[in-house]
Design a binder for this molecule. Structure first.
Ligand code: EPU
Length: 343
């Protein structure tokens, strides 16, 4: 390959490339640093053996590696961030898919372009943010994405998908539903007439407890960081993939029966009349919070997070997840769906 080709590592260890710290190997690990690299890597990826998932890695923070040796893994390291334009309503900024998400959020705030502060400290990369439509403290990234540049893996052609093409949904998108796209950069539309977003009760409480009347974007990001540090493990210290299960959404009839039997069940009404339930509460009620099963466990500060105490395998994680799912199903009749991607 030429000087501008992606660098290739043979027989690479993937343990440090996923925040859960699960072991797996790749026969070929390609580091992609540009659009050109991405196009060449696509060609290489297209000739992998049948059955290989052709994993595309960002920060590896929403991933459960089951442990099989993979043939071809692309690690997306495309850098860069810039302001593109502004008008009366919005500021348009762009970042390479490989930029660490939190550094990018900080850069926008440091430049005086608020709008992403509620999503501070989420692990992972800019390119991974649209894949699962990251969300926290009342905001989903879909609300700030103008468009996504991605390679069509079938043709190797760069394509710009607008927000509608991305088919965003709760922790889902066209990028997660299909394996058709490799995201190279993302454009964000940030509001010039900024308003603090304090719809999430706990965030409003945190701001009030700090004695702040009219919070600045920086103060909101600081409050979000404080909340996250309190409830979520630092991936550098304890392996995890953040929330392991999605908050389940149930129909009005099932919700009515559940809330009658469990009046304390936290729930969030959806625009379509259904109700989103707090999976963490359901798991907690089944006695799982703080429980350990060998090398894995359910985090003591947040029942929705499964953690690796050291040396865990993908099989350990799956066993624990299944037991939790079974207990929640038996007790509440609710099916929990995992949030991470299994490879
Ligand atoms: N709760 C419990 N026990 C627990 C933890 C929470 O009963 O161990 C209760 C809380 O008291 C609260 C409810 O469950 O009433 C919801 O908990 P929390 O506010 O902590 O949020 P969550 O629903 O568990 C979601 C996202 C997080 C996001 C937070 C904050 C999902 C799957 N998770 O968690 O996203 O940071 O809200 O907005 O939607 C992620 O996706 O990886 C993630 C961390």
């Amino acid at each position: 390959m030429t000087a501008s080709s992606p660098s290739v590592q043979i027989d690479a260890d993937l343990t440090a490339l996923n925040t859960f710290g699960l072991p797996a190997r790749a026969k070929h690990l390609l580091r992609v640093r540009s659009l050109k690299d991405a196009q060449q890597a696509c060609v290489f990826r297209s000739i992998r053996p049948e059955g290989d998932p052709g994993l595309i890695l960002g920060g590896g923070s929403n991933l459960v590696l089951r442990g099989a040796t993979l043939d071809t893994v692309l690690k997306i390291d495309i850098p860069g961030r810039r302001k593109i334009s502004e008008n009366k309503e919005t500021i348009l900024v762009e970042a390479g898919a490989g930029e660490p998400w939190h550094d990018f959020v900080r850069w926008t705030l440091d430049n005086g372009w608020p709008g992403l502060e509620n999503l501070a400290l989420i692990p992972g990369t800019v390119g991974a943010a649209p894949v699962q439509n990251i969300g926290a403290y009342g905001l989903e990234v879909a609300e700030r994405i103008e468009s996504v540049e991605a390679l069509d893996l079938a043709t190797g052609n760069p394509t710009r998908l607008n927000a509608k093409d991305c088919q965003f949904d709760y922790r889902n998108s066209v990028f997660k539903r299909t394996n058709r796209w490799l995201i190279t950069s993302v454009r964000f539309s940030l509001p010039r007439r900024w308003q603090p977003l304090l719809s999430y009760g706990e965030l409003a409480k945190e701001i009030a407890a700090d004695g702040i009347g009219q919070p600045t974007p920086q103060q909101i990001s600081e409050a979000v960081i404080a909340l996250r540090r309190r409830k979520l493990p630092d991936p550098a210290e304890l392996g995890s993939a953040g929330s392991f299960f999605k908050n389940p959404i149930v129909g009005a009839k099932q919700y009515a029966a559940l809330i009658k039997a469990h009046p304390a069940l936290p729930h969030y009404p959806q625009p379509d009349g259904r109700e989103k339930l707090a999976a963490a509460w359901l798991i907690d009620q089944c006695g799982w919070r703080g429980r350990r099963l060998g090398a894995v466990g359910c985090y003591a500060q947040q029942a929705l997070v499964l953690v690796n105490y050291g040396g865990a395998t993908g099989a350990d994680v799956l066993r624990l997840a299944e037991q939790i799912q079974n207990d929640v199903q038996k007790r509440f009749g609710v099916a929990l769906e995992p949030e991470p991607v299994f490879v």
